[in-house]
Write a protein that binds this ligand. Structure first.
Ligand SMILES: Cc1ncc(C[n+]2csc(CCOP(=O)(O)OP(=O)(O)O)c2C)c(N)n1
Length: 637
């Protein structure tokens, strides 16, 4: 619908209270309108897509039945929160989503009182909801607490830790599993396999139909009868439903329920909302529901760029010069190349074969890619197990997602000196996904781990060389390579070559200042040096390559001059690469001026990567101006 006047209800729904004024019979049209609005808007600007379309009915039903925001709805991960945003007063801003100063692509407490708990990373909602329910009881409040979690997010161990704890605490809590049998890629999960097998089996379907004939008319029953019916249902359920696992965890399991029948959803939620204790409602949905292209290609339409709504095809911008390959693809190709030559190598992904580039290996050598589900902690300890037996695991996890596997890195890999290779894609600032997804802490959290090797390549060929060296040369313990999101530099691809441990390379000589740059920042530092040259300032530029072990000889050499040293990194300043240089200089009693340039003590908001780098002075102009400023040059560029 291109005109607002074409919508019967949506333009008058400015909060869930408006939704709740409508008759239940109007809700199917409301759902159609929410879906249409999302398709219209997101096809023009891009964003997460299929997951939101799949929970339109569930979102409408929740805001209709529960008294939000007094009742608390906690949505896992947040990429499927678009219908929630549309219904909670953010409809007219949806077209700004993921853009600078626009709506966040995930849930954010500061954005709306309806975003009760922020998200971006998967599997946190049950823990958070349980905490909220416990706080409600401490504070003697009466509101309801609901968490919605996808079947993909249910592969994360944290979700099970929370279920386990909820079963003991017995707080009033409704956990809804939105089961579309899909993650970003096909969901790799024994639980999902179990559900889909059981739900599609004929005996289950038959018995379930019978059970609902007996107990399904709960709407019409009084309280006492409802209790009896519920007991009866429990008995039948134990035999015929897959909820046994959840029942064992102390939940009352209800389901499976068709997540696209809005009226049925509303009546089920009405029936269960006052039930006591932990309830697990299993809702079956279809990812991309209501938009055929998104149901057909769930993987491609998990998140989209601009598309033509009619054809579902990506809308190419103006023809541009061929672009360099993405770092993730260079990485995937390099892993494939290594796997072809060496039977001892396997790669591991935590539910992100496409994003990490390992889909390229999967296509040719599927047996060399192990998808462990959204389970980063498990991925790391699993890799340590492989390494303990002489297999060389290459673990590809985005920098921000590896944050949750910290103890696994220390306890399982580093202490045991196990040779696990970590490829941290999306290091640095990532653009539209914003603070939850920036990979800006990895240098700081990896650097103190005893014995780890930590590198960052300046371009795609160096990524290949580092990967090769990580697999064949630096074999005494864990090795990590961090590299950025997006396109590589565009240098020619050559055979992989080993590099020397802890050796930097000087890319440009200069006598006034020295710029020690890391990874992604190296080409930017080279551009900054050119800008400085135009101002008569001769900058030396070093590609540091290693954060650990740091190239001490290089620092010694520079500190023999009186040059002001500038370190540049796309990570937090605290404890990062610049700190490593500072610590060494202090230890050696060097007195050169040192300026550490990186990210200050802030969360950089969403926007494009260019906007983000520019906003914090990590673009070439920002770096050049910082240097001019520090050396008391009078003019800025
Ligand atoms: C810790 C973590 N790892 C990986 C991701 C990337 N990721 C975002 S959505 C998603 C799939 C989630 O699947 P599911 O929970 O089933 O939701 P659906 O999109 O199918 O509705 C993944 C893997 C993430 N957000 N957080």
């Amino acid at each position: 619908m291109s005109n607002h006047s074409d919508y019967k209800y949506l333009m008058d729904i400015n909060s869930p209270a408006d939704l709740r004024k409508l008759k239940a019979s109007s809700l199917p049209v409301v759902c159609d309108e929410v879906r249409e609005y999302i398709i219209d808007t997101i096809s023009q600007i891009g964003g997460h897509f299929g997951a939101g379309l799949g929970i339109v009915e569930l979102t409408v039903a929740l805001h209709y039945v529960f008294n939000t925001p007094e009742d608390k709805v906690i949505i896992d991960t947040g990429h499927q929160g678009y219908p929630h945003k549309v219904l909670t007063g953010r409809r007219d801003q949806l077209h700004t989503i993921r853009q600078k100063d626009g709506l966040s692509g995930f849930l954010k407490r500061t954005e709306s009182e309806y975003d009760e708990f922020g998200a971006g990373h998967a599997s946190t909602s049950i823990s958070a909801a349980l905490g909220i329910a416990a706080a409600r009881d401490i504070n003697n409040h009466k509101y309801k607490v609901v968490s919605i979690i996808g079947d993909g997010a249910m592969t994360g161990g944290l979700a099970f830790e929370a279920l386990n704890n909820a079963g003991v605490l017995q707080k009033d809590l409704l956990v809804i599993m939105n089961d579309n049998n899909f993650s970003i890629a096909p969901n790799v999960s024994a639980l999902s396999n179990y559900f889909s097998e059981i739900f599609t089996s004929k005996p289950f379907k038959k018995m379930r139909a019978k059970a609902w004939q007996v107990t399904g008319k709960m709407d019409d029953l009084g309280d006492r009868l409802r209790k009896i019916a519920s007991k009866l249902e429990d008995g039948v359920k134990a035999v015929i439903t897959p909820g046994v696992l959840f029942e064992a965890l102390g939940f009352n399991y209800i389901g499976p329920v068709n997540g696209h029948n809005i009226n049925k959803l509303v009546s089920i939620l009405e029936n269960i909302k006052d039930m006591e204790g932990p309830i697990f409602l299993h809702v079956m949905t279809q990812k991309g529901h209501g938009y055929e292209f998104a149901t057909r290609d769930k993987q491609y339409m998990h998140a989209i760029g601009k598309i033509d709504k009619i054809t579902g095809k990506s809308v190419a911008g103006a023809p541009s010069a061929p672009k360099p390959p993405k770092y993730q693809d260079v990485f995937g190709d390099a892993v494939l190349e290594l796997c072809k030559k060496d039977t001892k190598i396997v790669s591991i992904t935590a539910a992100m074969p496409d994003g990490t580039g390992l889909d390229r290996v999967q296509k040719e050598m599927p047996e060399r890619v192990i998808d462990v589900g959204i389970a980063e902690g498990h991925a790391v300890t699993f890799a340590a197990g492989l390494a303990s037996q002489g297999v060389v695991p290459i673990v590809a996890i985005y920098s921000s997602f590896l944050q949750r596997a910290y103890d696994h890195l220390v306890h399982d890999c580093a202490i045991q000196k196990l040779h696990v290779v970590f490829a941290l894609d999306r290091a640095g600032l990532v653009g539209a996904d914003g603070p939850t997804h920036h990979g800006v802490l990895d240098i700081t959290y990896l650097r103190p781990i005893q014995g780890i090797v930590l590198m960052a390549p300046k371009d795609e060929q160096e990524l290949r060389d580092m990967l090769y060296s990580a697999v064949y040369k630096f074999t005494n313990g864990p090795v990590a390579i961090r590299f950025p999101r997006g396109e590589s530099v565009g240098v020619p691809i050559k055979p992989m070559n080993a590099i020397e441990l802890g050796q930097s390379e000087t890319l440009r000589d200069g006598s006034d200042v020295a710029i020690l740059a890391l990874g992604n920042m190296v080409p930017i530092a080279m551009e900054a040096a050119e800008l400085l040259e135009a101002e008569g300032v001769h900058a030396k530029v070093v590609n540091a390559r290693f954060v650990k072990p740091l190239d001490h000889n290089m620092v010694d050499e520079i500190c023999r001059t009186d040059m002001h040293i500038f370190t540049v990194e796309d990570g937090q300043k605290q404890g990062g690469f610049g700190s490593a240089v500072a610590e060494y200089m202090a230890e050696m009693n060097y007195h050169n001026n040192l300026t550490i340039h990186g990210i200050d003590d802030i969360f950089v908001e969403h926007g494009t990567q260019e906007e983000q780098f520019e906003s914090i002075g990590l673009d070439s102009k920002g770096i050049a101006n910082l240097i001019l400023n520090k050396i008391n040059h009078k003019i800025e560029i």
